[in-house]
Every structure is written in C-alpha cells, then in structure tokens.
Ligand binder design. Structure first.
Ligand SMILES: [Zn+2]
Length: 228
C-alpha cells in the first residue's frame, strides 16, 4: 500500500463539503449553547464527576455531525436532548434524596483536623498529598499548623478553616525548599513534623518513629503566623 499525505490531511474532502462543515459547525455550536443554557448551570468552574460525564456526552454528540457527511444534525440533537432530560431528572432526584446525591457526587472529605492530616485505617492518607500541599500554597498557607480543618469538596475544591494567630501550632511546612529538607536523621532537638501525617513531635533522639502513622521521616516544624 502506498503512503499518501493527501489521504492524511484531506482524504476525500471537497470544496463543497468544506463549506458544509462551516455551516454544520455553526449550527451545532448554537445548539450546544442553547442546550447548555437549558441545563441551568451558571458556569463550569466547579464540575462534579457526574457533570463531567454529561459534558463528555454532549461533546461527543455535538462534534461528530460537524464534519461527518453521513451524519445529520437531528440524531445528534436527539442525543443531546436525551442527556439534558436525564441530567435534569438526576439533579432533581439528588436534590430530593441525600443518599442518592452522595452516591452520585461523592461526599465532602475531611483532610485536615486539628492541624494534622486525617488518616484512614489509622495509617494511610486518602488523598494525593503533593496536590494538596500545592492547594495550601495557593491559599498562602506556609505550614499545616495554621489550618484547623480542611475539607475536600466533591467539586475538587478545598475549603479551609484557620486557627487564629494565637492558636496557630507548629506545623508541617508546605514550601518545597523547606519541605524537601526532610530526613530520617534528626539534627538537633526541637519540634519536628511527620512528613506523612503532619503530626508534630518534640524530638531529642537522632531517629524517631511517628506515633500516629509509624513512619520515620521528619522535617523541622515551623510556626509562622498566617498573613491575612
Ligand atoms: Zn506520622
């Protein structure tokens, strides 16, 4: 078989169909706008898993008839209207029934309580720590001891509740240059933060096992106040 660049880029595209693609795309775009308006969502900054699934469904139904000669626009509109009705039905059910909502969207999850990471089964984190530390930095949080409670919402956003300045405790640093000074070897007596669970210990020995998560890697705790 002969390799043909013409096949790769144009296939059997004609001028007439190229113009048709412009028209089809314009129509589909208008339909997508109308249908998205009809979902009742105001914006898409915070999408739950369920809403992302809906958007993928829309996108797939909307895209194909833009450039597929064999596909008319009406079947695609039927698909989108069906998804729309399904979305409205499910959100209506979710509003009526909390249990259904939690199956659909998941539940908010406690990530920090009392300045330390929440552990599942007493020893494991239930979230991606790197991502979460990045999220804390985005909120200008220099160490975990400034945070009384952090909750991971079902949209992926993090809600934070702070200690007042007087109540701020020593905590695990979030800044990479400081955090990366972590080590199993303790250099000098002082307050150290467990790099895994953020638990604080006053350590005098050269090695120490975390009483909460049983890991052994520490970094010097810091107790800077939060800048409002
Ligand atoms: Zn620990």
């Amino acid at each position: 078989m002969k390799f043909d660049w013409n096949d790769v880029f144009l296939s059997d595209l004609t001028m007439a169909f190229a113009i048709e693609i412009v028209v089809r795309t314009f129509i589909m775009f208008l339909i997508v706008l109308i249908i998205l308006r009809m979902t009742g969502k105001k914006g898409v900054r915070q999408l739950s898993i369920f809403e992302v699934a809906i958007i993928i469904g829309f996108g797939s139904a909307a895209g194909d008839p833009m450039f597929t000669r064999e596909l008319g626009i009406v079947p695609s509109v039927i698909v989108m209207v069906t998804i729309l009705l399904f979305y409205r039905l499910v959100t209506w059910l979710a509003a009526k029934n909390e249990k259904f909502e939690s199956i659909l969207e998941g539940d908010p999850m406690y990530i920090i309580e009392d300045g330390v990471f929440v552990l599942a089964n007493d020893s494991d984190l239930t979230f991606a720590k790197d991502e979460f530390l990045a999220e804390l930095r985005q909120q200008n949080i220099e160490h975990v001891g400034q945070v009384r409670v952090a909750i991971l919402e079902t949209t992926g956003n993090v809600s934070l509740f702070y200690y007042s300045d007087e109540d701020t405790k020593p905590g695990l640093p979030t800044l990479p240059k400081v955090y990366n000074q972590k080590s199993e070897e303790i250099k000098g007596e002082g307050n150290y933060a467990c790099t895994y669970c953020a638990c604080i210990q006053h350590i005098t020995a050269t090695t120490h096992q975390c009483p909460r998560c049983e890991r052994k890697e520490w970094v010097k705790a810091i107790d800077t106040k939060r800048l409002a």
